[in-house]
Write a protein that binds this ligand. Structure first.
Ligand code: PLP
Length: 721
């Protein structure tokens, strides 16, 4: 998207910034981000780090000041040159063939004419774009960025939510309140696509017998176009304009129509755009209706159902992200009939047969229609997101292949990874540029590269990490001060924010959705011991927490409230901080600043988990239950396991099946007996040598294996060929 008016209104030397703001490339290139921020850091925070809003609202005197600052102008030139060079290798760009990318060298099958079509209901690319709720979206965002870096021809399809996911506020009673705010799409780096007559390019989807119009917006994620579908168009009835209002906001009847728009609308959008994909990647089952649309396309040309099912399955691959039932949508057959009635008989005259495609047992008419069975059946391959999760899926969905034994299940595993350039702190990025080489991010999956981390002196690595911890502490204080001031608290209280946390204290981060299986309550299970641990006279510990409860999950909200009340206890003042509004910004601050990242799921419900992978390049260490990715990651030297070989009988007072109590005990034991002593064991320069050794071990073993570079290459090798 390019805003000519904004461009013309800026001082000439600043105009290249408008072009940069139109492509989200800047969001994973530290120098791009700081170019916008440095125009006016305070305003940058106020406008939620949205470059277009910043440029539109910045004070003219400030702009004219920057417009003649030679250092600043040189930074613009350097960054814009890097951006232009990056974009020259975009698949399909004239003369881009001569520019080497990983995909061009290793993956000639997919071309700009036949790209991969990647479907997902959410995308977490940057905090200024409210298109994500949590892990799934962040993973999809990281996937696009890595695919862009690797030069993979991929187009992404999603939904454009007018009000996004809910924002979180915690009231004085510690109770979570939700609010939504309207997006102004003109303030986002989006272009509404138009046809030859300059009308919005629109496709139609069938919903409850109506033809609902869907318009298409385009965002640029580096070299990857992201097409976002939106039903808020003039021609639609009011009720249909709200279909794409909220991400995961409504009940089953809202969900199903959103999924119709994503799946059926997505395929029709690709056709309208003239894109013929080489393969379709269904990232989670929300988009699985796309397979029905592809069957319908074939059936209407006279192909029979079985043949078209086989042919569609050859073109699709499916990734499932959670074994938790709430993450695997099912709809009553009656609801599917109500929403898609006539359409189903277009797919195949006998609608019951179509419904059977979404059931574990196709002939069981009482079984609801599941998006996961549909996606599995209509894909040539399906995968879980860690080795353990792959095994869990094989058992969970075994009924779909009644004749195949579990150990021969077609389910495979491709373990998640994170896009390091997005999550690494600029200070660490500098160190890597210097010691690993300027192109380290392109080779982030190479274990040999990360061995060079040994060349960074202990003191230098430690100092960088300490500065990041101090940054997190400063951020927590600043946020508390702002919140308390806004709430009308006394000056004394507001100034108290400056005593929150301590930049020299062992800092443990815990940020995740407040859901039962994530076990926030383990933190509170032995309050007295926790208080003693946090207030240890010579080796104290502090916690920084963040997370959202689902708006309709009152149990989760009660857990959050207990925690809020607990942290207000006199003995804990300043040792436990909760950062409200967990989003990508809060996540970056946290994963960049903590010493230890905690994860406490009930196995095997954490399919992978990705937040722990983000701390690695920032020098943070993982302390986790052995579940999801950590089973593959942990080697005993690069972090800590909780609850693993816990010797229950030796503890006497425990009942063997009381897993929560056992894990809580283990959690305290590991922190008090292993983590804490190692952190505070310093040499004469104040460096904890043993700790730094673990930081290195963590970077060397985990950074390459859990990079999105490795993940996307795996998808390309296994799936996209
Ligand atoms: C990384 C991330 C997540 C996913 O973290 P999990 O480890 O899966 O809990 C969720 N929300 C945000 C904002 C993130 O950055």
């Amino acid at each position: 998207m390019f805003d000519q008016k904004l461009h013309d209104s800026l001082p000439e030397t600043l105009r290249p910034l408008v072009r940069m703001a139109g492509n989200l490339w800047w969001s994973w290139n530290g120098s791009g981000m700081s170019l916008f921020r440095d125009i006016d850091p305070q305003r940058w925070d106020l406008c939620e780090h949205n470059p277009l809003v910043l440029l539109r609202t910045a004070a003219p005197e400030r702009l004219s000041q920057m417009a003649v600052d030679p250092d600043y102008l040189e930074r613009i030139q350097r960054t814009v040159a890097r951006f232009d060079e990056y974009m020259r290798a975009k698949p399909g760009t004239p003369r881009s063939e001569s520019l080497p990318t990983w995909a061009r060298q290793n993956f000639p099958q997919a071309t700009a004419d036949h790209p991969i079509a990647y479907f997902c209901a959410e995308y977490g690319i940057h905090e200024s774009l409210h298109l994500y709720a949590g892990g799934l979206g962040i993973l999809a965002g990281d996937h696009l960025k890595s695919a862009s870096d690797l030069g993979i021809p991929l187009v992404a399809i999603g939904l454009l939510y007018r009000q996004g996911y809910f924002r979180q506020r915690v009231n004085v009673d510690g109770w979570q309140e939700e609010f939504y705010s309207d997006e102004d799409f003109r303030e986002l780096p989006l272009t509404l696509l138009r046809d030859e007559t300059n009308q919005p390019l629109t496709v139609e989807v069938p919903i409850r017998g109506r033809a609902v119009g869907v318009q298409i917006w385009r965002a640029e994620v580096g070299r990857i176009p992201l097409f976002l579908l939106d039903t808020d168009c003039d021609r639609n009835e009011d009720i249909d304009r709200w279909i794409t209002a909220h991400l995961y906001g409504g009940d089953a009847s809202t969900r199903i129509v959103q999924e119709v728009v994503l799946g059926i609308g997505g395929v029709r959008a690709l056709r309208a755009l003239g894109i013929t994909p080489h393969a379709y990647h269904l990232n989670e089952g929300h988009s699985a209706f796309l397979t029905l649309e592809m069957i319908r396309e074939q059936v209407t040309t006279g192909v029979d159902l079985d043949t078209s099912v086989k042919s569609v399955a050859q073109q699709c691959v499916f990734t499932t992200h959670t074994p938790v039932p709430a993450g695997n949508d099912t709809f009553d057959a009656a609801l599917v009939q109500e929403v898609l009635g006539g359409y189903l008989t277009e797919v195949w005259p006998d609608a019951e047969t179509v419904l059977g495609l979404g059931r574990r047992h196709p002939n069981d008419t009482l079984e609801p229609f599941g998006m996961t069975p549909l996606a599995i059946r209509l894909s040539r391959s399906a995968n879980g997101v860690s080795k353990r999760h792959g095994e869990v899926c094989a058992r969970m969905w075994q009924q779909l292949w009644p004749d195949v034994p579990v150990d021969a299940s077609p389910f495979i595993a491709i373990t998640n990874g994170v896009h390091h350039s997005t999550w690494v702190a600029p200070l660490m990025r500098r160190l890597f540029d210097q010691y690993l080489g300027a192109d380290w991010a392109l080779h982030a999956d190479d274990p040999e590269l990360w061995k060079k981390i040994d060349e960074v002196p202990d003191a230098e690595l430690w100092r960088a990490h300490c500065l990041l911890r101090a940054r997190l502490v400063a951020e927590a204080r600043y946020r508390a001060e702002m919140q308390w001031r806004e709430a009308g608290e006394s000056d004394q209280m507001v100034h108290g924010a400056r005593r929150l946390l301590n930049p020299d204290v062992l800092t443990i981060g815990f940020a995740r959705r407040v859901a039962t299986y994530k076990r926030w309550n383990l933190l509170l299970s032995d309050m007295e011991r926790a208080i003693a641990m946090l207030n240890h006279p010579t080796q104290p510990v502090q916690f920084v927490l963040a997370g959202k409860a689902h708006p309709r999950d009152n149990e989760a909200k009660r857990i959050l409230q207990q925690l809020m009340q607990w942290k207000e206890r006199r003995e804990l003042r300043g040792r436990v901080v909760f950062l409200s509004g967990y989003d990508q910004y809060v996540a970056r601050r946290l994963v960049q600043g903590v010493d230890v990242w905690l994860n406490l799921p009930i196995p095997p419900l954490e399919a992978s988990g990705t937040s722990g992978m983000k701390v690695v390049v920032n020098g943070g260490l993982n302390c986790s239950i052995l579940d999801g990715w950590w089973i593959e990651g942990s080697d005993g030297q690069n972090g800590w396991d909780i609850g693993a070989a816990y010797d229950l009988p030796a503890r006497g007072r425990l009942v063997a099946d009381d897993r929560n109590a056992a894990d809580a005990l283990s959690l305290h034991d590991v922190i008090e007996n292993q983590i804490r002593p190692l952190f505070y064991d310093r040499n004469r320069e104040g460096v904890p040598r043993g700790w730094v050794a673990r930081m290195r071990a963590s970077m060397k073993t985990l950074a390459p294996a859990f990079s999105a570079t490795r993940m996307v290459k795996d998808y390309a090798r296994v799936y996209y060929r």
